[in-house]
Ligand binder design. Sequence first.
Ligand code: PLP
Length: 377
Amino acid sequence: MANYARSLSTAEGYSGYGAEQGKKALRKAIAETFYRDFQVKETEVFVSDGSQCDITRLQLLLGSNVSIAVQDPSFPAYVDSSVIIGQAGDFEDKTGMYGNIQYMKCRPKNNFFPDLATASRSDIIFFCSPNNPTGHAATRQELEQLVRFAKENGSIIIFDSAYAAYISDDSPRSIFEIPGAREVAIEVSSFSKFAGFTGIRLGWTVVPEELSFSNGFPVINDFNRIVCTCFNGASNIAQAGGLACLSPEGFASVHSIIKCYKENAKILLDTFSSLGLKVYGGENAPYLWVHFPGSKSWDIFTEILEKTHIITVPGRWWALDPVKSPMLFFEKSKPLIPPVLSGVGLNKLGFDFVGSLARSALLFAFHPQLLQLCSTN
Ligand SMILES: Cc1ncc(COP(=O)(O)O)c(C=O)c1O
């Protein structure tokens, strides 16, 4: 990336506007790296400045006259972009939810997968796997069910695979692993979580040629138009970085960092489980979803922040019941976590335990790992 940036100051290396859809070499590398066995063509890959931006560009494509469904809880961009584009109804203070949006409950008791037998039809289904915030990756069987449901109802699935690189079991890493998905799904994905490109900004969206609107017009043609009109393509420098990540050497080093994040998640998972807390995620995602029964998530957030200087993300952010659990994860390097002082630790949450680690050599190793854990976020 540095070499590419330097070369821009030379007559030979300078490049101006590029193809809005992304550099051919990068589109090809994404298709071959992530979709080799699933018939995704490089021309179906649109390189972006991140999946969040593409989520909104897709909403622009779909317009305000569509109905949407989201997992509950899920990454807020789906609902917020829906509100911005005019799909949603009024906000209800009591529930923290918007009208005209179908919130499909995904909780431990349904293995974080919506009950499709009772779900109503919607034009668009946003589905994230591994889910942010729960960390749950949908199984093959569940995704087959989802694709079938979309086919039966004439819905389009917008599948967010931003955290796919963290999947440890045999859960699908892409919706295109599921037969039939090419007729009903779009996939958005990202270099942010895969390669720590949160600030560099790089992602991609796959729109299969087979996907069409109800009048038979191919969605890919309209998405291409949106990309060419509302976006001038990802930065050349970021794309050079993306290409480097997909080289054999780059790919190996990206995976060694992913391995490290996964080890950190395991330490957190084991630690919070050993404290008797109900913990989800951490196996197919680098973050945890921790249940603090009976506590309001903002209260827990404040308590943890004030007493330990650790930033967590309260469940309220995901429009969850405010009385339920916050997800607990950690920002990359600041604020630093001071040792938890004896007697100051959060007894109720087991932070005395963490305090006891602070006085041993263990926490020395533990701290940087905590800090690293969600440095992709
Ligand atoms: C599930 C999910 N999708 C998308 C994004 C946004 O990714 P990007 O940085 O590519 O815009 C995030 C960021 O937190 C996320 O958690």
